[in-house]
Design a protein around this ligand. Sequence first.
Ligand SMILES: [Zn+2]
Length: 389
Amino acid sequence: MLELLFLLLPVAAGYGWVMGRNSARQAQQRHSSILAKHYYRGLNFLLSDEPDKAVDTLIKMIDLDSDTVETHIAMGKFFRHRGELDRAIRVHQNLVSKEQISALQRESALYELGRDYILAGFLERAENAFLQLLNSQKHFLNAQVQLFNIYQTTKEWKRAIELAEQMIGAGGDSDELCNRVAHFYCEQACIEIKDNNLIEAEANLKKAVVADEKAVRPWLLLGEIAMQQQKYSDAIDCLSEIPSRDVSWLSEAIPLIEECAERLNDDVKLNKVLDEYWQQCATAYLAKVKLMAKDGEAENAAQVLLEQLKKHPTMKGFKTLMGLYIDLQDHEQSTNSLVLLKELVEEQIEQRPKYKCHSCGFAGSKIHWLCPSCKKWGVVKPIKGLDGE
Ligand SMILES: [Zn+2]
């Protein structure tokens, strides 16, 4: 009889195992049913336009199951797209505070929380969120972009420089980053120029030159500082660096070089730049023609200009040519009609934008080193062609 009982032991164990498995399955089913109940309730609240109750229900769900994190992140983004930032922040904030979610999930929630904060105008909190993501493998690049955007908005150039240098130090020295950091140094230098702190400004501009060898802005600013200090020869040296770095900015350098040459009463350095680059833009060929006219070669100047306009026509060029013809004309009637025509062309030139963004097409009459439309650095340049250079 006792042996029989021993024989029944495996059956009892098997029964116990089956019962246990059933009970675990039942618990799992109960759990799923609670989740489904919360899920449908949350959905129902959303559909019946009661988002606050939906948020409460969703937050309860995360306590029950960390598998729904992605759904929560998406839900927070959904609220953000609808402009309901307080709800988006609540959902994402709740996720970040949960201990049971993975590090990667927390990073994703933190990134979205940072974006919510930016839109809500809480820039300091956003900065804090993105700073925590600088070591994240998945989010560090996007976090850097967001941090740069924050520093650009708040004009905290020193912090922007610090972050960019840190990135360059970590091996991220892309052309885009070098271009960006050079502009940050220039922005900081502009503040120092305004405060009349020229030594600091010059130091930052030299760092900009090292950071981006193609940058023209630091040379333009160094030239302006030298002019402010009446060091006109040094100013020409700085401004002469511009065309070899980016010839599209020559039109900004030429008028300043002309002014320095006039102050020095010496055209040697101006001539040297023009000899090399005079055909590159309207401002340069007009400076050359002006020099020729100044030396008493008005007829020759008009001929050179006419030839140049056939190859590279610009409104500015036609205006100057009319000016030269007016000076050369004897006949009063034809002079009057040329004067009228010149004034009309001048009016047209005044109305046209001078600079255009190569990235988004934004056009304006002032230099914007940071495009106000697409927020990229160094993409707004002087306009080429008939209307411009
Ligand atoms: Zn743009």
